[in-house]
Write a protein that binds this ligand. Sequence first.
Ligand code: SF4
Length: 630
Amino acid sequence: MPGGYAGKFAEIDLSRGTVREVTFPEEVLKAYVGGRALGAWITWQRLKDKPWEAVDPLSPDNVLVFLIGPVNGLYPGSRTIVTGKSPLSNGILGSSAGTWFDAAMKMAGWDGFIITGRATSPVYIWVFDDKIEIRDASKYWGKRMTEAMKGILREIRDELAKKRPGRWPMVPPIALIGPAGENLVRNACVMFGQYDAAGRGGYGAVMGSKNLKAIVVYGTKPLPEPANKDAWKTLWTALAQRNIQRYGAYRRWGTGRGLWQFGWWTASLPIRNWQDEWHEKIVAGPQEYEHGLWVRVFWAGCWMCTQHCYKTAVVRLEDRPERLVSELPDYENQATQGSILDEWDPDQICINTMFASELGLDTIGIGGTVAFAFELYEKGILTREDTGGLELKWGDSKAWRAMLEKVTKREGWLGEALARGEYRAALEIARRKGLPPEKVLYYAIQCKGIEWGAHGIRSKLDYTRWTITYAVSVQGGDHTSIASPRLEDYEITPIINDTGAFCSFTAPPIEERAMWLTAVTGWSYSVDTLKEVAMRALMIQRAALLLGGPDVRWVRDGKAIDENPGRMMEEPLPSGPVKGRRVDPEEFKRELATYYETHGYDENGIPKSEVLRALGLADVDEALNRIRKK
Ligand code: SF4
């Protein structure tokens, strides 16, 4: 067995109530490593012959996969990847989350959980070293995130305390869903504790569709040894020290410090559903931000991470003297639960974020979806009758939270429509209002059914500076996995990160990531072989996305639908340092053609047969014949 791996995966069949140990041949692990790449391969292998297009992501046929990679536990700052067929894109996303869940998995002796079927009643999974139990979770079903989490963890803790008094100092890491996941809201996330989440892709809804409330993991085994201990020690020391120095400000304030300054510099922050992307809200520098407002420096974070980017916020409540303590929302949450609504009060932004998390919603996806509804209300497409009497006015956080709740409960026809995500909601709203779909889709800021992260493309001042950033990404609007015309840039880098599975904030350059994987596994990885791993994952993700189904497809007449929302192509930025800038359609065409060429796609955006076969993906090639032009 190579170093770094725990050595086995668990297949948990919730329909039958069985657990089976699974291993993969060395050549599969070498070719796909772990995390996102291996998750894409497993998902594809399990669903490809059903066939892929026929699998409803919210049916028992789908798989829900929790994976780590060889470096998890042996690297300062790594992630758990959740994947399966996405109910938003109908493709595959690698959805990444932090905490200590990954290290606990490895110490329990598992490299991954492959969850299939559907339980007949609500359950949670308790993993204690090699033993995996499926337990009744009926009393936690319907509960909001914190209440359910506390209940399940209390149950586990009491049990452990009775078994071995005084020997269980830690609360086991947990992954769970809130009411949104239970109600199959497609923007439901998998929460990892109170403040972290595998947000993108809708995997909370997949978990809910399986009647699975939570997974709790406790491991007592030593972590597996790296293959080359000396090389590993050298890499660890150098990286840990470098990260402490390199990210001083980031370590001190987290990404949350960026809202006022970063959005102002880059003119790429969503404001009023992306009607604008620039603001003049620079009211504080870092010191004021920390001491005068609401951030408390508190170093907490993922397993062994030297960044420890989690910060606490102390929140003032309007109507009560008490203060709430919460994690400081990160940059994206501050945008998608704040500026996108034209809400700039830090306390309200924090409350919105906590509220969405309590319901188990992906703050980014649901933020985009609800802001879209606010704009349709402003434009008169939606009325008070449609919203159940709510007035959707920019800056009104109370109305915002009321809408989050309506969507979670699928209340009224609008709550039901928005629970399907922004893209499907746009189609339903257009149908009900007798409007052409493109008129409503114009305001839906998403690509491939995934709402955009908090970084716009029009200003070209952010890292999302390409016109095709989201339009051709295999993860759609996910800002953590963006596309660029050049192969060596994105989206290869985040795939390698999610595969290792390194946190993108802690990951060293690609050469060093190859050294890490070599030192840990004992196999020889180079930059080129790592890129090949990433390309295999990319091709599987692209094929799954284009095959899509059963409801939404991203291919029209044999040509991939790689498009930006209408607003980005037609509306110039109304303010800021690059006022007047919009996406140039000619530049978009050029960048898309270059992307197709550099990534081995044909002129219709379908991966070429020879490229797939050179990567050992003959089965993917054959499946794509179903959508290729004859
Ligand atoms: S930088 Fe933050 S998210 Fe990344 S591993 Fe460290 S604590 Fe976790």
